[in-house]
Design a protein around this ligand. Structure first.
Ligand SMILES: NC(=O)c1ccc[n+]([C@@H]2O[C@H](COP(=O)([O-])OP(=O)(O)OC[C@H]3O[C@@H](n4cnc5c(N)ncnc54)[C@H](OP(=O)(O)O)[C@@H]3O)[C@@H](O)[C@H]2O)c1
Length: 271
């Protein structure tokens, strides 16, 4: 009698062939990053997990090894560090990294003039210089192999001006344009680049910052699944129907002044 394989295993094999054997998740210790790690392990990829805190990273690594039988290595690293590009290049020399997700972000919340320059600079370091250095270090071996995938986490906040999270929103706009541009450049060389512009996600960071949940708030696992499914299918994914609708309205259909005012209402209770 022929055995019917569950869909994730079938789908996992082709994903692993295209993007294996190693996956890197930058910002992996909790929330969406941990969900990406789980989704990639379920597809049979070995994992390099990066974050600053070793304890949650090690706990996640142990549970993924036990659940999926993949190799998992952890790297304690502040992605704002000056040498992040060199650290990534060293990891890529030691492991055939076929897919990388830059998930980490820092979001200084509050009136722009109330935030110190060092906080704003840190957002630029983690959210802009980090992904730039990672992509610059990790893409060349992928191009040399003629296959690979890069996922940059962005946000609907980066589709229009977003008062009270101005610097964060601007860094996310940077990721959106960088990722779409590289989709156009690297696709012809075998490397799929995807921007995932998410709406609200139920992560520890979001739950801490938000007063009440925004409409369309999604589970991290659903966002990770939709992003990995979209990799290789186009330059940008907005997970969730309500978020796609919101993104279309705010980013494309409404006058910019209206979009910015609506966004200001959404961010007024963030802390
Ligand atoms: N949550 C939302 O509602 C939402 C909405 C739209 C877009 N997004 C995007 O989705 C991504 C994940 O969102 P999230 O904020 O909710 O975070 P998250 O996935 O819950 O966690 C952030 C992860 O990044 C790590 N990290 C943060 N700063 C780091 C640094 N400097 N160096 C190394 N690792 C670092 C954290 O671990 P350590 O603390 O151990 O370092 C943690 O593992 C972000 O890019 C965000 O912009 C989120």
């Amino acid at each position: 009698m022929s055995q019917v394989l569950p869909l994730p295993i079938v789908a996992g094999r082709s994903f692993r062939d295209r993007y294996g054997p190693w996956a890197l998740v930058a910002g992996a210790s909790e929330g969406l990053g941990a969900a990406y790690a789980d989704a990639l392990a379920r597809r049979g990829l070995h994992l390099l997990l990066i974050a600053r805190r070793t304890e949650p990273l090690e706990a996640l690594a142990a549970s993924l090894r036990a659940a999926h039988g993949v190799e998992v290595r952890t790297v304690a690293l502040d992605l704002a560090a000056d040498d992040v590009g060199a650290r990534m290049a060293a990891l890529a020399e030691e492991h055939a990294i076929g897919v990388a997700v830059y998930n980490a972000a820092y979001a200084p919340v509050g009136a722009f003039l109330d935030r110190s320059m060092s906080e704003l600079q840190r957002a630029v370091d983690v959210n802009v210089r980090g992904p730039l250095a990672c992509v610059h270090a990790l893409a060349p071996p992928m191009v040399a192999r003629g296959r690979g995938g890069l996922v940059l986490m962005s946000s609907l906040a980066g589709f229009q001006g977003s008062p009270r999270i101005a610097t964060y929103a601007a860094t996310k706009a940077f990721n959106t344009i960088l990722g779409e541009s590289l989709w156009g450049e690297l696709g012809a060389r075998g490397v799929d680049v995807l921007v995932c512009s998410a709406g609200a996600i139920r992560t520890p960071n979001y739950t801490r910052a938000a007063g009440a949940e925004a409409p369309g708030t999604m589970e991290a696992s659903a966002v990770a699944e939709q992003a990995l499914h979209a990799l290789g299918r186009g330059p940008l994914v907005v997970p969730g129907f309500i978020n796609r609708l919101g993104g279309m309205l705010l980013g494309r259909l409404l006058p910019r002044r209206v979009a910015v005012r609506i966004m200001a209402k959404n961010t007024q209770d963030l802390s």
